[in-house]
Ligand binder design. Structure first.
Ligand code: SF4
Length: 410
């Protein structure tokens, strides 16, 4: 067990060396179950399910109420949260109450752990006790931290969280040692992960609701944490997609993913109802739009593929990001997900295609090898850029395959 500091020490904030602080940037809010966000296709609610763990019956009930109140599509985000779109203002209260009758919804600081933790024979240590301690001790700071502030506590098992952004990242290098990264800066290793997180979160909170770990000076942080960290070489952590079979201590998990992060609610109901047939004891939401069937037999992969899930690592849809587009989103100029399905077979290996309904680029805010952006006059083609960049040309619908395929680029 890790020693629990008496309480979050506000004096640590008061005595903070102000050189730790750099200029913060303005950041937006996140949709929640209680405060959904207005989008082009109605209100969007994001549900942080405690531990991301769901018995099959609960997944079935959640999918059913999502189908009842939302637009019929259920999403699992890149960070492994459940998301429902198309809610009307009148429906949001009913929807939130119905969700809470099924699952416990997390609020407060986001502290993420890998989806297999505790069952993973390859992880260095179960990260959940450290995560729980950080979450508990952060409560007094919850109103002082921005909604996007995130702590990742990773036991370095089969499904790592290396490519999820984090303000504070702790990765186990031995059962007692954790590699500590703040923003993009590796600070060293520590045997006091909870205390380090406590000090860093207090520093972020002192910046106000726009503060992030990347706003802190790594040099000053190293000085502040000098007694708690030691030099350590950063290690390259792999971010394994949660797809395919994973051996657990007592049984196995089969990883599935939602194409473009979305699937019809009926497919989730159907996979949940396969509980007895394939021996599923639990589902876990996973990063990269993943859904892990814990205890499942291999046969579930073929069943899931038939229901529209991604069930294999080679599925070409994994090379594409696509938002809902038109007609679901009123800002969309193109039906992005149907265009993505049409082009899935022609995207070259190792390349990433982003199909965006408009220049906002919700599905993939980062650069992609190729981006197709819906415009009033066609498909804007952006090479090595984002949906908001100026297209090099405008394509017609019948030109897409030849432009995207192996011979079309360059
Ligand atoms: S990027 Fe897609 S989901 Fe986002 S506003 Fe544009 S059309 Fe809508």
């Amino acid at each position: 067990m890790f020693p629990r500091p008496a309480q979050w020490a506000k004096p640590a904030v008061m005595s903070l060396d102000l050189s730790i602080l750099a200029a913060p940037q303005r950041r937006g809010a996140c949709p929640t179950l209680d405060v959904p966000m207005q989008t082009g296709d109605g209100l969007l609610a994001r549900i942080r399910i405690q531990d991301g763990r769901l018995e099959p019956g609960k997944l079935e009930r959640l999918a059913t109420i999502a189908g009842t109140y939302g637009n019929g599509i259920v999403e699992i985000t890149a960070r492994g949260n459940l998301q429902v779109r198309g809610l009307s203002p009148a429906a949001t209260g009913h929807f939130a109450r119905a969700v809470r009758q099924i699952v416990t919804v997390e609020t407060g600081l986001v502290v993420e752990t890998p989806p297999l933790c505790g069952d993973d024979p390859l992880e260095v240590v179960d990260p959940r006790p450290v995560a729980a301690e950080i979450r508990h001790l952060a409560r007094p700071l919850n109103d002082m931290l921005g909604p996007k502030v995130t702590v990742v506590v990773d036991g370095a098992g089969q499904i790592g969280l290396a490519d999820l952004k984090a303000d504070i990242r702790l990765v186990a290098s031995s059962p007692d040692d954790w590699l500590l990264t703040v923003g993009n800066h590796a600070l060293g290793s520590t045997q006091e992960p909870v205390e380090c997180a406590q000090i860093i979160l207090a520093a972020i909170a002192s910046l106000g609701l726009t503060g992030r770990g990347s706003d802190l000076s790594p040099i000053a942080l190293r000085a502040q944490l000098a007694e708690r960290i030691a030099d350590a070489a950063p290690t390259l952590q792999q971010a394994t997609p949660p797809i395919g079979p994973f051996q657990l201590f007592h049984d196995r998990a089969i990883g599935l993913a939602l194409p473009y992060g979305a699937i019809a609610w009926q497919s989730l109901v159907a996979i949940a109802q396969d509980e007895a047939r394939f021996g599923i004891r639990e589902f876990r939401l996973a990063p990269h739009h993943g859904l892990l069937a814990i205890g499942a037999q291999e046969g579930i992969a073929a069943e899931a593929a038939g229901l529209g899930f991604i069930a294999g690592i080679d599925d070409p849809r994994r090379r594409i990001s696509a938002c809902i587009g038109s007609p679901g989103c009123t800002s969309g100029h193109i039906p992005a997900r149907s265009v993505a399905n049409r082009l899935a077979g022609v995207v070259p290996d190792g390349q990433h295609l982003h199909v965006s309904g408009c220049a906002k680029g919700c599905a993939h805010p980062r650069r992609a090898a190729v981006t197709l952006v819906g415009q009033h006059d066609g498909y804007g083609l952006v090479i090595e850029g984002t949906a908001g960049d100026t297209p090099v040309t405008i394509l017609r619908a019948d030109q897409l395959e030849s432009a995207i395929g192996p011979s079309g680029q360059g």
